[in-house]
Every structure is written in C-alpha cells, then in structure tokens.
Write a protein that binds this ligand. Structure first.
Ligand code: SAH
Length: 407
C-alpha cells in the first residue's frame, strides 16, 4: 500500500470527500514504484484523510474510496460497496412495469468510473476509469453472486479510453467467470414505465439505452395529449413512444443516427403489438436522419405544440463550458421562436460540466433573445437510481426543464 501526502492547502476537496485527486495536489508518494495499488492518504501534517487507489496511468491519479481510518481496504471492500449499491435499489427489483435501471452509479455509489445498468436478465457495465477496469472481474463476480444475471457485459467508455489508457473492448461474464470470445445471443427485451424496448448489446450507444431519462419521459408524456411533437435527438425513440402513449397526434423524430431511427420504428411496432400504444401509431410518426442543430432552423414556424430537446453532451470539460452554453442557448432560442404560443419544450443537458443553474441561464437568455416569455413548469433530472452525491457535484450531470413558451 502506498503512503501519500497531499500538499499543504491542497487537501480541502479530499477532506470534504471529493473522490478525485490530481497529481498537482500530491506532495509525496512512498514507496517509489510504478504499479497501481491501494493508498493511504494523509494531509501535509500527517493526519489521515482517506483510503484510495493510486494509478499513475490514470488521468485522475488518485481516486479516494473510504474516509474511514478503520476500513480494511481491498477486494472485500469493493464487494461490500457493490452489495450496498444493489441493496439501496431493492425497491426497483419489485417494480411491475420497469425492468431496466441503474445498479451502480460510479462515484455517487463510491465506485469510481463504473456504471452498471440492469436490463431484464442482463447487466451492462460501462467502464470509464482504470480502477473500474482493474476490478471489473471482482465487481462482475459480486453482481453475479447477488443477482444471477444471464450475462454481464462490460464496454469501455469511448470518451475516456484515451485519457485512461484503456483499449476499447467488450468483456463478458457468465456464471461469475469471464467468457472467451463474444457469446452469440438475442437482443434483450425490457420494460421501462410499461413501455417495451429491445436493445442489441455491444452495437448501440452508451449501454444501449438511456435509463437516466425515465422520470423525464413520464413527465413529458403528461403534456402530449393532442399535440404535434418534435422529438429532437430522439435516439431509439423513448420520448416518441411516451408522446404516442400520452396521445400525441403526430411525432417527428430527428437524430443523426440512421440505425437508431430504424430501431425507433421497430420499437413502435413492438409496442403496437404488445398493446401499449394504439394500433396505427406508426402512421403518426416521421423519422429524419439529420443534424438536429441544422434541422431545427428549417422547420415551419407555429407548427409544433411540443418539442423535446435532448442533445448529447456538449461540454465534456469545464473549458468547453462557454461554447456549450452558447450552443444550448441557440438551440433553445430557435425552438422558442418556432414553437406555437403556449407550446411546451422539454429541454435537457447531460453535460456534467454545466450546472442546473447554467442550463437555466442558457434557457433564460434564449427566451430573452427570442423575445418570448417562458415559464418553468417542472425541473427534471435522473431518477433515484442515479443518485446525486453531495460531495461529488459532478454526479448531477443530467438536468432539464419543462418550459411553457408564451408569445
Ligand atoms: N432522447 C434519447 C437520448 C438522446 S442521446 C432517449 O430518450 O433515448 C443523444 C442523441 O443525439 C443520440 O442518439 C445521438 O445519435 C444524437 N446526436 C448526436 N449529435 C447529433 C446531431 N448533431 N444531430 C442529431 N442528432 C445527434
């Protein structure tokens, strides 16, 4: 185990339980060697602060895990942390209409760089840190022991692969052991809020489905009755399906990914067949493969009653914040100019670098530039399976508002 001292004046965040320590805050590391290992972390004056994992090859060189001096840090600590995260989601396992949700929400569940979602009988893991990659077999075996899934699949988050020096790979585990090669298997079918989805593991974005938008989809559905809806950045159509179930008379879905749009149509048929939405719902939907930022400039004015704006992460780091704010403002400004008087916009940001207040600011600039009044009807975020850890504000990455535009 390493003994690490932090620099005087640089230990405040660590003391306040923020889990990330960058190299600039480190005074000394003993012994001198290169392998990643557990670390006991002290202040400059020698007081214990936390236990962590030290890995020189990670862009976050030290990840803090426990602030309890008596902790027996090691593999069993990881198993215990996985168990606690799963136990906290106990109530989700008995939901009658939802079989997809998050089991482990990274740092917010005290496991850096790992997101694990359950989809019916399978578990998908996204690895975004070397720590998670190193301990993946331990985490997978504990999940196996607790839940006996048909399969656990882990993919590397493309966005962090470079910074963490991880290769982009897919690893699978069955019966607690890592499987060699890619097992042949069918798509997984799962329910969210009573709507059926099917996803093709490994071939789709993120973990194949964005279960962080569950509550927002339900919120948006309540406004959809009788509306003409634009679902921008629709992906595979979760908001479109909710709008249809909510009684929308037309939904235009736009995404840059053609395969996502094709899958959207498939999922509409699936839900028609299952009786979740009315037969013939397909005829109410159009799909357009396009750059949504461009597409919205060309739409007719006063045509849509409702718009969903769910863009991908526009600010990956704090340094991109300013440009991202402009992009959010612009998107919302055009939406406000084009939507009908009294129209509803459900607008989102999933950029961790941008706070809820930032999004609110961007939306308020948008209203002012568009020359409209706007009311916030609801403030949205991920569900409780994606908890926001107060000592790690970055865990509140998803925020949104339902807005009514008054002209
Ligand atoms: N609303 C979706 C999730 C959206 S994720 C849901 O509820 O499931 C963001 C989506 O934006 C992805 O599907 C991605 O393909 C799409 N995307 C990224 N850049 C885009 C662009 N410039 N124009 C249109 N779509 C884009």
């Amino acid at each position: 185990m390493y003994e690490i001292k932090l620099k005087d004046g640089r230990e405040k965040a660590a003391r306040h339980h923020h889990p990330w320590v960058f190299s600039g805050a480190i005074e000394s590391v003993e012994p001198e060697r290169e392998e990643a290992d557990w670390a006991k972390v002290y202040s400059a004056s020698g007081e214990f602060i936390a236990y962590g994992w030290y890995d020189e090859k990670s862009h976050i060189i030290l990840r803090l895990l426990s602030w309890n001096d008596d902790e027996e840090i090691g593999e069993e600590f990881i198993r215990k942390t996985v168990r606690s995260a799963v136990t906290r989601r106990r109530s989700f396992f008995s939901l009658p209409d939802t079989t997809a949700f998050r089991l482990i929400h990274g740092e917010a569940d005290f496991l850096p760089g790992i997101a694990a979602d359950v989809y019916g009988r399978e578990i998908r893991i996204i690895v975004s840190a070397r720590f998670a990659d190193t301990f993946l077999p331990v985490i997978a075996s504990e999940l196996e022991r607790l839940l006996h899934p048909a399969l656990i699949e882990a993919v590397t988050d493309r966005q962090f692969a470079g910074a963490e020096g991880l290769s982009e790979k897919t690893r699978t585990f069955t019966g607690g052991a890592e499987t060699k090669g890619q097992p042949e298997r069918d798509n997984v079918r799962f329910l969210e809020s009573g709507i059926w989805y099917e996803s093709a593991p490994g071939r789709s974005q993120k973990s194949g489905f964005y279960c962080d938008q569950r509550e927002s989809r339900n919120a948006a559905e309540r406004y959809a009755a009788g509306k003409t809806v634009l679902d921008l950045f629709s992906y595979t159509g979760a908001f479109t399906l909710h709008a249809l179930r909510g009684g929308a008379c037309r939904v235009d879905a736009v995404d840059s990914s053609e395969s996502a749009l094709r899958h959207l149509l498939y999922q509409i048929h699936l839900n028609e067949d299952m009786g979740v939405i009315l037969a013939g719902s397909r005829d109410k939907v159009t799909i357009t493969a396009a750059n949504a930022f461009e597409h919205i400039r060309g739409i007719r004015e006063d045509f849509y009653d409702m718009m969903i704006l769910d863009p991908p992460k526009l600010a990956k780091t704090k340094s991109q914040l300013e440009n991202a704010m402009k992009a959010y403002k612009d998107l919302n400004r055009i939406a406000m100019m084009k939507i009908k008087d009294g129209g509803i916009i459900a607008t989102f940001s999933c950029s961790g670098a941008l706070s809820r207040e930032d999004l609110r600011k961007a939306v308020s600039w948008a209203a002012s530039d568009a020359g409209v009044e706007a009311q916030i009807l609801a403030s949205l975020g991920a569900g409780e399976d994606h908890p926001v850890r107060l000592s790690f504000p970055e865990s509140e990455y998803l925020k949104g508002f339902i807005i009514r535009v008054l002209k």
